[in-house]
Write a protein that binds this ligand. Sequence first.
Ligand SMILES: Nc1nc2c(c(=O)[nH]1)N[C@H]1C(S)=C(S)[C@@H](COP(=O)(O)O)O[C@H]1N2
Ligand SMILES: [Mo]
Length: 351
Amino acid sequence: MAIGRWLGAAIVVCFLTGLISHVLQHPPGWMTGLLPTRPVWGYRLTQGLHVASGLAAIVLVMAKLWTVYPRLFEWPPFRSLAHLVERLTIALLVAATVFELFTGLINILQWYPWPFSFTQAHFAVGWIVAGSLLLHLAVKAPLIRAHWRKKTSDVDAADRRALLAGVGAAVGVVTLTTAGQSFTPLRAFTLLAPRSPDLATQGVPVNRTAAAARVSHASADGWALEVTGPRPYRITLAELNALPQRRVRLPIACVEGWSVNAWWSGVPIGDLLERAGAPPGSALRVTSLEAWGYYRVMEMPAQYAADPQTLLALRLNDEVLSLDHGYPARIIAPNRPGVLQTKWVSRLEVR
Ligand SMILES: Nc1nc2c(c(=O)[nH]1)N[C@H]1C(S)=C(S)[C@@H](COP(=O)(O)O)O[C@H]1N2
Ligand SMILES: [Mo]
């Protein structure tokens, strides 16, 4: 029961933070204008929790299945219609949860062995987990109520304590050795995190390298930013460097759970849009030099484009951006998923 409770809590946290991540990346039209730009670390927190609760749930699911294991092979398979329904909801819950945790885990390990789109499948099956968890709780409600009424627990209290301590320790170890990827005080313990922020250039890890995106110094040579709008223009790197610069401290928060704060400097996007004659409240489409990739084109709602902290960044931690971090220019905006912090920007289109 206790393991079930923890697992339930982990699933609820994972589901809600997953919803937040989905909405920030694919908002339904009516929500686009409502996405908040503050706190700047909002997505860093929710996505850190998403991955941490998912990793904890992996340990808890294994423990839970281990404690109920004999009942999975009960014979006869069902004794009544109610019993059959109960077992089917459990089968659905287990299958959907295992699918979510497994696809999530191998996604943060950057391994994509499946033919379907990870984000769509992971999002859809998340609803199945939530629905079947509610069904499971409804079916088990009488039992749960009886448990809460019972005063003292019975015979094998010592056994249960030992099991809970073991499971607690396992969850603790997994959390402690991975949470440092987003929670700086635990950075020293990130043994199991796939991308330690310390194995990074300019103090920030790199998910997709310039080589993987087929961007080279040669393709960035002779670069000029193209800005379309009522008064379209092109602007070179030297000209961008000559404009008033702003320096902000913002995190990169990857959907895969790692995140890190950094100093970014460059030209506020609002200044570049104003120069193109964009009316206030304009949204933006950003295109990358990269020839192919899911994140080549990015839509930026108006509130991010107008935010004084949203930059076309030219510098990272006071050095010129490395090619891997998006040289000659990249986007950095507050409270947005890493996938939307477009690197190697080549064009801004006022919408
Ligand atoms: N053009 C382009 N920009 C991109 C990506 C990409 O694949 N192509 N990856 C994004 C992802 S997933 C993340 S987490 C951030 C990471 O930025 P960094 O490599 O500078 O840490 O860049 C984003 N910008
Ligand atoms: Mo990312």
